[in-house]
Design a protein around this ligand. Structure first.
Ligand SMILES: *[C@@H]1O[C@H](CO)[C@@H](O)[C@H](O)[C@H]1NC(C)=O
Ligand SMILES: *[C@@H]1O[C@H](CO)[C@@H](O)[C@H](O)[C@H]1NC(C)=O
Ligand SMILES: *[C@@H]1O[C@H](CO)[C@@H](O)[C@H](O)[C@H]1NC(C)=O
Ligand SMILES: *[C@@H]1O[C@H](CO)[C@@H](O)[C@H](O)[C@H]1NC(C)=O
Ligand SMILES: *[C@@H]1O[C@H](CO)[C@@H](O)[C@H](O)[C@H]1NC(C)=O
Ligand SMILES: *[C@@H]1O[C@H](CO)[C@@H](O)[C@H](O)[C@H]1NC(C)=O
Ligand SMILES: *[C@@H]1O[C@H](CO)[C@@H](O)[C@H](O)[C@H]1NC(C)=O
Length: 595
């Protein structure tokens, strides 16, 4: 912030008399609207939108270099995370970009005072009526409706900027990002459906056989080997869980869950952090399945470590016009702005939301992913669910999966998920039973947007070489970032929702489970005076080479979709369960031996 506003002040003199740009306006970005969205009516010209104009980070390569050095356990800088200030310095837009965009805004009548107040770390945020945005971006906004859900959004499918501004603008929002985020908790069933095994005979590996039918905290402690581990409330290790889509974490349900599964945690709770005015209604009938699952297991597995629940509002921070429901802002950049501005965020954060990678504009996907890298460079481990549709698309019902590209050609293709496909996050697939088998819904595959990062070259190449020649040609991108990285249990999680015990499945369950285990590993490290683990992937793939038994390799199951059997879980890494599931005991020894 400091740098940016300093530059802005220095520039003031040269900008006051700037004339409107004479150059031609060319299309900066365009998309085909994602499937299911229908154009309803022109947006009212006086409808107010908050335009975010984000400028590129010219030194992202530098940031990435830092990220990989401090995340590489063999590098002398391992664990030496960058400060918030240093990240802001490396990530700030160039003076030339600030200058150019500022000039353009002045030419549209914004005065210096307004622009100074509107400047953000990565650009500007200005509130404009639709008519003004249409003029500036040479576009036409419409009210779009998502027919299946009735959601509406004011969007366009293309916008233009003066040619010389193209290199100086990363993205303008809202324009072409359609809301597509969804929760990965795919189904909940009432407990009487469960047939709990009555025999005790096959209690293998210290795991209660009941865990084949119902997953509790105790089951996860047994399966991942941390029954006897006692974290310390003041080690400094903390866990964060994110909530979107007005899914609320209910306190009363949390206490019911603790009474059922974790007596010693009774009366403890989480810190609620509201992002953009996000709420957390405590009306029991408004409790959200996703939020309850994340909070109950995320906190239940890590008690007494402090936990934070982020409730991010789906709307911008101004009062929406009454005519149009504005519950349609994109969520991640707002959340990222918030967390990146915080001096001391939790070192482990789990998110069980996502969308089809192909439905997000490339600029937006890259912008969000780069900001995840910034958090990684500050020492935050980010966990994301891999998705609940196997190799297929958003529709979890395999009989109606489209699996078609959204590029106008309708080509049949596996559809990777985002943010799962971002190389700077740790993506978690799903297993069930014991010994563990992949769940058929476990999302996995290869990004069409992000190339394969070098940390997973060996593991992924080894997998690809085992694939029968000619497998799924044209259905996936062999050179893309491959996911998941790890997996964990994801079926029959016993949670409380609206006062009732229910069972949930989805990679929504596996992401907070894996996150919790790494929050415990951070606890172990901090208590030895060692730094937290930060961005995990380079470490995880190294551990696979040097200590293969630190992960329980999952070698059975596959993730069908798009009319295929999907990929197979195999020995080593695979695009169903990643490197496998964590063995806490072994991982603890490894991470405590790394100085
Ligand atoms: C079954 O196992 C549980 C604990 O896992 C134990 O408390 C119980 O006594 C066992 N029942 C039988 C019949 O062995
Ligand atoms: C929780 O709080 C209630 C009400 O204050 C109290 O009666 C109860 O003893 C507490 N339970 C524990 C385990 O601390
Ligand atoms: C709780 O939420 C339900 C469902 O949204 C609503 O019908 C009810 O009026 C709410 N109760 C209170 C006390 O606000
Ligand atoms: C692609 O599919 C959509 C329906 O989902 C259809 O409206 C469109 O015409 C198709 N395009 C091509 C090129 O086949
Ligand atoms: C495959 O991935 C590479 C690397 O990310 C990318 O350059 C290429 O465009 C992708 N191909 C397709 C067909 O998506
Ligand atoms: C696939 O074909 C290549 C050369 O055509 C060969 O080297 C490789 O061993 C084959 N792989 C499998 C799994 O059959
Ligand atoms: C998965 O395994 C089955 C059975 O061994 C085999 O027929 C199939 O080709 C494999 N599929 C892939 C994508 O590896």
């Amino acid at each position: 912030m400091k740098l940016l506003s300093l530059y802005l002040t220095l520039l003031l003199g040269s900008l006051v008399h700037a004339a409107p740009s004479e150059s031609t306006s060319n299309i900066k970005e365009s998309i085909i609207a994602p499937r299911g969205w229908v154009k309803r009516a022109p947006a009212p010209s006086d409808y107010a939108i908050e335009l975010r104009i984000a400028l590129p980070q010219p030194d992202f390569d530098e940031l990435e270099r830092h990220l990989y050095e401090i995340s590489d356990p063999d590098h002398h800088r391992y664990g030496k995370y960058l400060t918030k200030e240093k990240i802001e310095e490396i990530s700030s837009p160039s003076l030339a970009s600030i200058n150019a965009v500022r000039n353009w805004l002045v030419s549209h009548g914004y005065d210096e005072e307004y622009l100074s107040a509107s400047s953000t770390k990565d650009g500007f945020r200005i509130r404009v009526p639709v008519s003004q945005a249409e003029e500036m971006l040479n576009t036409k906004y419409h009210i779009w409706e998502h027919t299946a859900t009735g959601k509406t959004a004011v969007r366009t499918t293309a916008y233009s900027l003066p040619e010389e501004l193209h290199v100086h603008v990363e993205l303008v929002h809202p324009t072409i990002v359609f809301p597509g985020i969804r929760s990965m908790a795919s189904s909940a069933r009432l407990i009487p459906d469960i047939e709990v095994s009555t025999t005790n005979s096959s209690s293998s590996g210290g795991v209660d056989p009941v865990c084949n039918n119902e997953i509790t905290i105790k089951c996860l402690q047994q399966i991942y080997k941390f029954v006897d581990y006692r974290p310390s409330a003041d080690s400094g290790s903390r866990i964060g869980l994110t909530g979107y889509l007005e899914m609320f974490a209910n306190e009363q349900d949390l206490q019911s869950f603790y009474a059922d599964q974790r007596h010693d945690a009774l009366n403890s709770s989480f810190a609620l952090v509201s992002v953009n005015g996000g709420l957390n209604s405590q009306n029991l009938s408004e409790a959200g399945l996703e939020a309850n699952l994340d909070v109950q297991f995320g906190l239940g597995l890590t008690f007494p470590l402090p936990g934070t629940f982020y409730s991010t509002a789906g709307r911008p921070p101004f009062k929406p016009d009454l005519l149009l429901p504005e519950n349609t802002n994109e969520p991640y950049l707002d959340w990222l702005d918030f967390v990146l501005s915080h001096p001391n965020p939790p070192q482990v954060i789990s998110t069980s939301y996502g969308e089809d990678e192909q439905t997000i504009p490339e600029s937006y996907g890259r912008a969000v992913c780069k900001r995840f890298a910034q958090l990684g460079a500050r020492g935050v481990s980010l966990f994301f669910s891999s998705g609940d549709s196997g190799v297929g698309d958003a529709n979890p019902d395999p009989t109606t999966q489209m699996c078609k590209t959204n590029d106008g050609h309708n080509t049949t293709r596996f559809l990777p998920a985002f943010p799962a496909s971002c190389p700077y996050v740790t993506t978690i697939g799903g297993t069930h039973h014991f010994p563990e088998v992949a769940t058929s819904f476990s999302g996995g595959g290869f990004s069409d947007l992000f190339p394969r990062p070098s940390y997973q070259d060996d593991a992924v190449t080894e997998y690809l070489e085992k694939l029968p020649n000619g497998t799924y040609i044209g259905l996936f991108n062999k050179t893309g970032r491959a996911y998941p990285d790890l997996s964990a249990q994801s079926n029959n999680f016993a949670v409380f929702l609206g006062g009732v015990k229910r069972h949930v499945q989805g990679t929504s369950a596996s992401a907070p489970t894996a996150a919790a285990i790494f929050a415990l590993l951070n606890d172990a490290r901090l208590r030895q005076g060692l730094p937290v683990l930060g961005f995990l992937n380079p470490l995880l793939y190294k551990i696979r080479n040097e200590h293969p038994d630190a992960f329980n390799d999952v070698t059975h199951g596959n993730n069908p979709g798009c009319g295929t059997q999907g990929f197979n879980a195999t020995q080593g890494w695979d695009p169903v369960t990643g490197l496998g599931t964590p063995n806490f005991e072994k991982l603890k020894d490894i991470v405590l031996s790394m100085k």
